[in-house]
Ligand binder design. Structure first.
Ligand code: SF4
Ligand code: SF4
Length: 227
């Protein structure tokens, strides 16, 4: 899932204080799960903004709303009527959700209420660990399911750098395990160590060098997401 953290309250306040009708929009998927932008967080932020903005003018009103997925156009269409009321929308979704809203609310400002940080998985006790950088050319089948692009400090694709400690830690320190130590251990356990002998080709860091704009996936039979 996509992990995000709440923006500083004062930064959000500065974005919206010139407007009278402010709608804080939570997203019911990724940012809800990591407790930075779901329904509860939207209501909480709206309440705090209302408290501060009422001191500036009694005419200012802040409302909260929530939709299941801000990155999906079908969910956004349902929201259009609610959005009519607002002068500005603060989106608590990831950056993709914010930009999806921008495409549908052409004449209304949409501002981010979160900072999108990474694609990660839940690793317990309210923490998420980065697992993927969406590089567009997945090699997990060659690396025992452990991503060197994300988890090796140098993004090495052909084995460790030589700085790995004898206990299997990365030379950058901070108790970070060496990704390549983990990959080799995992390949060994899977009896696939021969994969480590293969030289990985140079990576195309731009997944599609002919594409000058944002990457787009078109699913067969479904068509484009956006017109
Ligand atoms: S190689 Fe790593 S960064 Fe690239 S898609 Fe696979 S998991 Fe994500
Ligand atoms: S010690 Fe391991 S994880 Fe750290 S940079 Fe070197 S190969 Fe990558």
């Amino acid at each position: 899932m996509i992990v995000a953290k709440e923006k500083k309250f004062d930064d959000i306040l500065a974005m919206v204080k010139e407007y009278d009708r402010i709608l804080v929009l939570g997203c019911g998927t990724c940012t809800a799960v990591c407790h930075s932008g779901g329904e509860k967080e939207a209501e909480d932020l709206a309440f705090r903004l209302q408290g501060k903005l009422s001191l500036i003018s009694p005419d200012k009103e802040v409302r909260a709303a929530n939709i299941e997925r801000q990155c999906e156009i079908d969910f956004l269409r349902e929201f259009l009527t609610q959005a009519e009321w607002a002068d500005v929308v603060i989106s608590l979704a990831c950056g993709a959700g914010v930009q999806s809203l921008v495409q549908i609310l052409e004449d209304k400002p949409v501002f981010p209420g979160t900072d999108t940080t990474f694609i990660g998985s839940y690793t317990g006790e309210g923490t998420w660990t980065e697992m993927c950088r969406a590089c567009g050319e997945c090699i997990l089948h060659l690396t025992g399911g452990i991503c060197p692009v994300t988890r090796c400090a140098k993004k090495l694709l052909n084995g460790p750098c030589g700085g790995t400690s004898s206990y299997g830690y990365c030379e950058v320190g901070q108790g970070k395990p060496c990704a390549w130590h983990q990959i080799i251990q995992r390949l060994e356990a899977l009896n696939k160590l021969h994969l480590y002998e293969d030289i990985a080709p140079l990576k195309r860091w731009a997944p599609d060098p002919t594409d000058n704009g944002p990457r787009k996936r078109i699913f067969p039979g479904v068509g484009q997401h956006w017109k």
